[in-house]
Design a protein around this ligand. Structure first.
Ligand code: ADP
Ligand code: NA
Length: 316
């Protein structure tokens, strides 16, 4: 069984990425599991090339510093030639209607949208199929992309010959959903413009404390775990519980100030080793380059045979 997951360098990694994804990836035990920085996906909307390159590098360093086995890491664009080739083959088996049905395109698409916004679910299918991933852990928002990858794999296998593993979406059990600290009605996200409610993995301790002290709560002045009626407080309790290995229902704090101070301490401690590891990694560019190249070589080795078979079966 091979698992595959990705994080897009559309911004800096945040506490939600860490608690909901990265720290679980670090516990991954499948020898062929693969985690990658999906920089090609960041090109589907307007972006700045030097910033993309620097975010990609920073994110790779964050993944390594999070304890993910470097042999399971790679940067998507290091396989751009292989992925480009397979994407074309898959695009030629995918209908316009299938691609246009994807919610991302329905939400942000239009005649002025980049064609890549329409076709990137096919690129995602290429990521999955090229590596022969059997399990793709996803949230609800990504389920339909894995469904598309399944359809395209089945269709190719049936029309041209068996070459692709048909992937399965797996929903990770109770992964923490961290909410924005100042707008607890939405999830913490890299692409949020106002970063006041977003704790970044690389924020310094003072800034983390300041952001958490300004987290939105409510006027009930009672620390209780009631996600429906007290979402801000519930979010802080969940963050504290995730950082300390406790359950949000069991926690008691006398005041909101005491809760926020404890959450800040816990988050600062949780992120400290990652921040320090990233600082070390970014100060030694040759070592990070070496890790990146080794990951790319491994992923490419795994992909080449399957790509060659697919091209041959497709008649080119
Ligand atoms: P973002 O939405 O911040 O751009 P991505 O879409 O790149 O993040 O997701 C990378 C990983 O982080 C995915 O596994 C996703 O489920 C997880 N993730 C993103 N935001 C959160 C959050 N607020 N809480 C928990 N997990 C999250
Ligand atoms: Na996003």
């Amino acid at each position: 069984m091979t698992r595959l997951s990705a994080i897009t360098p559309s911004g800096h990694a945040h506490l939600g990425n860490h608690l909901g994804a990265l720290r679980h990836w670090a516990r991954s035990d499948g020898p062929d599991d693969l985690y990658f920085v999906s920089d090609l996906h960041a090109m589907t909307v307007s972006y700045n090339p030097p910033r993309l390159r620097s975010l990609t590098r920073e994110l790779l360093a964050v993944l390594v510093a999070s304890g993910i086995d470097p042999s399971r890491l790679c940067v998507q664009s290091d396989l751009v030639r292989e992925l480009g080739a397979l994407s074309w083959v898959l695009e030629c088996t995918c209908s316009y209607g299938e691609a246009a049905r994807m919610t991302q395109f329905k939400a942000k698409g239009g005649t002025a949208a980049r064609l890549g916004l329409l076709t990137y679910p096919v690129l995602m299918a290429a990521d999955i199929l090229l590596q022969g991933a059997s399990k793709v852990p996803v949230g609800d928002d990504q389920l339909q992309h894995v469904e598309l990858a399944r359809s395209l794999a089945r269709r190719f296998n049936a029309s041209y010959g068996e070459v692709f593993v048909v992937p399965e979406a797996v929903t990770p059990p109770t992964a923490a959903r961290v909410r924005d600290l100042t707008s607890p009605d939405r999830k913490m996200s890299k692409s949020t413009r106002d970063a006041a409610g977003v704790v970044f993995v690389l924020d310094d301790p003072d800034l983390i404390r300041r952001k958490i002290s300004r987290a939105v709560t409510d006027s009930l002045d009672e620390v209780a775990y009631r996600p429906e009626t007290q979402p801000g407080v519930a979010n802080l309790l969940e963050i504290y519980a995730a950082c300390t290995g406790t359950s949000p229902r069991d926690l008691t704090f006398p005041t909101y100030a005491a809760l926020k101070s404890a959450v800040a301490d816990a988050v600062i401690e949780e992120l400290r080793p990652i921040r320090s590891g990233v600082t070390t990694l970014l100060s030694d560019p040759a070592e990070l380059d070496r890790i990146r190249k080794a990951g790319a070589d491994r992923a490419r080795t795994r992909a080449t045979h399957r790509l060659d078979s697919a091209l041959r079966l497709a008649g080119v």
